[in-house]
Structures are given as C-alpha cells and as structure tokens.
Design a protein around this ligand. Structure first.
Ligand code: ATP
Ligand code: MG
Length: 383
C-alpha cells in the first residue's frame, strides 16, 4: 500500500511542551488537507497518511511540505515485514541507472534477519532485476530505504523530500504584519510564521491616490501567504486623511517619518484589539532613507509592544531569493503604487532627530487622526 511518511523537526526538542507543539502541528497538517480523503496516524516521531487517492499523491505532498514544523516527507510502500514482500516493494524504487545502496533500519528487533543482511539480500534482488546498476556503499547516487517497524510492517522508499521546517503556526504567539505591496513585507510575514506566529495583516491605502489594483495586489499577496500562515485576515486602513494632514501641515522632508509613526500607532492599536503581542515590518537596515537607525528609532518610539524586523540584516538579493522561493516575488513586482509613493518628498530626512520629529508632529491632532482611521477599517478575510 502506498503511504506518505511525514517527519517533524525542532519540536521534539521542546520537552514538556511537546504535546502542545504536536497538537498544533497535527491540526495544521489536517487543515491543509481538508479537501482530501485520507487516514492519519501517529507512530513514534512521525505521522503516516494512508488510504488516499493515489492520483493525488503529489498534491498532498505539496500541501504538507509547506506546513511549518514539517521536516521532510517520503512517499513509501508499506508491506508486511517479510523479505519477499520487501523486495517486491523495493523494485518499485529501482533506479534506472547508476550506483545505489540499500539502507535498512530494523526498529523491530524481533525481526530475525539483521539489517546488514536485509540490505544485502534486497540489494541482490535489485541487481538481478537490473544488472547494469552498481552497488556503492559509500557514495551512492540512489538509496533505497527499508524501515522495519515494530508493528510487523515495513516502509520502503527511495526519496526524502525536504519540507519547510520551522515551528508550527499557533505556537509562537500572535502578531500584526504591516503588509505593503512590496517585496519585503511578505517575506517578513513568512519568516515570522515560520517561527510559529499566528499572523493578521494591516495594509494602509490612500484611495483615490492609490488605486483599487494596488489594494487588490496586497490581498492577492495575502492569499499567497495563506499557504504558510494557514489563515489570513487583512485590515485595510484608509490612510488618505492622515497623509493629507501631514502633507498640509508638516515640512515635506518629514512626510515619510511621520507617516511611519502613524502606521505604527495604528498597527499597535489593531494588535491590542485582537490580542496580538507584536508588530512585524519588512524593514532592512539602510535599504532606504526611512530605514536608517535614526528613522527606525523615530518609528519605534511610538510602539509599546515588540516590533519584529526579521529582514533587518538581509541584503535585497537575499530577500528577493526568499520571495522567489516562497512564490510572492512575481506578485510583488507588479507596478502598482504604494501609499508611501504619494506626496513623496524630493529630499526625505535620512537622519531625523527624535526631538525634531516630535516638534514637527505636534501641530497634528494625532489622537483624532488615529481614532478616525480606526473607525474606517475594512476587514477582509482571505478564503
Ligand atoms: P516592502 O518591500 O515591504 O514594501 P519597502 O522596501 O518598500 O518594503 P518601506 O516602504 O520603507 O520599505 O516600508 C517599510 C515597511 O513598512 C514595509 O516592509 C512594511 O512592513 C511597512 N509598510 C510600508 N508601506 C505600507 C503600507 N502601505 N501598508 C502596510 N505596511 C506598510
Ligand atoms: Mg514598499
């Protein structure tokens, strides 16, 4: 019978919390498999999926390999622990050419043949079936794995498929990710979900200065992220009034600095409303004028909860590489304007002094502007 073996990672290190981590992982795996029929079981340090529609094997593997906490998968044959049956199954993984070896693990010590002898016998059968193969015990091109379990059954498989690793979503607390339409913030979201965080997103748009396509692009990015974050809700906040007020009343070189402070205040308010304990941004030190230490200091000083910036030490190239890997890059580079690009000063301050920012900002009725924005949130649940 064809089965899928799922191995998990890091979580086994968590001692007393193991049960908490495992139950999150199992429920996350089940949630990505909700449209499939299958049987799920635990056996020590791995899960096994049985009785699924074999034509959907790759779809199941693709879904599970993106679940954080999953270390690797194998598509295996499960047979009775009997040398003939094992050999028959091993033939299905017979390499067509090159060198190979058979690697046997005998978890069931009652099985009468030692693992070395099992490997030798199965290897012999494979050679007989394809005499052009060669055995190489030290550096084989292919390995056929034989795992003799305690329940009288044996798994035979040829390949280990790497999964995303990380910690199960739901085990790392909750955060609000500030999601723009750019390359960086989706990657930042991915990285914190990978540490087990449950995410909710906030997006600021300045209709009619920014288009409905720009808003839709962010919702589309959120949908791509949902593959990893498992659920995704986006609070779309209208930023037009705030931007207009800053534009009218503050020196233009402080536009971005002050805008950022408003975004952070609103993100934190939303965090508190939903029991989230942190805000996540896609900032990377020195990438642009608003990401110098002084600019970050000015934005950070309005926050009272932790702000996570998982990309702070990354080069743009490295961020792009991750965005390609996780599948958000092509969407991120669609050319729709972000609200940060309107009223853009010719010469933004790169090293705003906090006292100065506070003085410049003091002409605004900050609380009223924030309250207003909070009253005009459109909440979109991504299906
Ligand atoms: P990104 O690629 O994520 O857009 P960026 O390189 O364009 O980042 P900035 O424009 O300085 O950098 O934005 C820094 C961070 O501020 C973003 O990564 C994001 O977390 C947040 N941010 C910027 N604009 C918005 C927006 N319109 N809505 C929500 N968050 C935003
Ligand atoms: Mg941007």
């Amino acid at each position: 019978m064809k089965v899928i073996i799922i191995r998990y990672s890091e979580i086994h290190l968590k001692g007393n919390n193991r049960e908490f981590f495992e139950s999150a992982l199992v429920s996350n795996i089940k949630s990505v498999l909700k449209d499939f029929r299958y049987e799920f079981s635990r056996s020590n340090a791995r899960y096994v999926i049985r009785n699924f529609d074999e034509t959907l094997t790759d779809d199941i593997v693709d879904a599970v390999k993106n679940v954080f906490g999953v270390h690797s998968l194998s598509i295996a044959e499960e047979v009775p622990s009997d040398l003939n049956a094992i050999s028959q199954a091993a033939l299905k993984f017979l390499p067509s050419s090159g060198t190979f070896k058979v690697n046997t693990n005998r978890a069931d010590k009652r099985f009468p043949v030692h693992s070395m002898d099992v490997s030798a016998q199965i290897g012999g059968d494979l050679l007989e079936a394809n005499p052009s193969l060669k055995v190489d015990l030290y550096n084989p091109e292919h390995t056929v794995f034989v795992d003799i379990r305690e329940n009288g059954k044996t798994f035979v498989y040829g390949e280990t498929i790497k999964a995303v690793n990380g910690m199960p979503v739901g085990t790392g607390g909750k955060a609000i990710v500030m999601l723009s339409g750019g390359i960086d913030s989706p990657v930042a979201a991915y990285m914190m979900a990978k540490r087990g965080m449950t995410l909710r997103a906030v997006h600021f748009h300045s209709f009619p200065y920014t288009s409905m396509q720009a808003r839709q692009k962010v919702l589309d990015l959120a949908k791509l992220l949902k593959k990893y974050t498992l659920h995704m809700t986006v609070d779309v906040v209208s930023f037009t009034e705030i931007q207009t007020a800053i534009h009218e009343k503050c020196p233009e070189e402080y536009m971005i600095t002050i805008m950022r402070r408003f975004m952070m205040r609103i993100a934190e308010r939303i965090a508190k409303m939903h029991g989230a304990g942190a805000v996540i941004t896609g900032e990377s030190l020195g990438q642009v004028a608003s990401q110098t230490l002084e600019s970050i200091t000015s934005t950070n000083s309005v926050a009272t909860i932790p702000v996570f910036r998982p990309l702070i030490g990354f080069d743009k190239d490295e961020i792009i590489e991750i965005s390609q890997k996780i599948g958000t890059f092509d969407m991120s580079i669609l050319p729709y304007e972000d609200c940060c690009t309107i009223f853009l000063p010719k010469r933004p301050v790169t090293k705003p002094r906090l006292e100065h920012v506070l003085r410049v900002e003091s002409v605004l009725d900050v609380d009223a502007l924030v309250d207003n924005a909070m009253q005009n949130i459109e909440t979109v649940t991504i299906e």
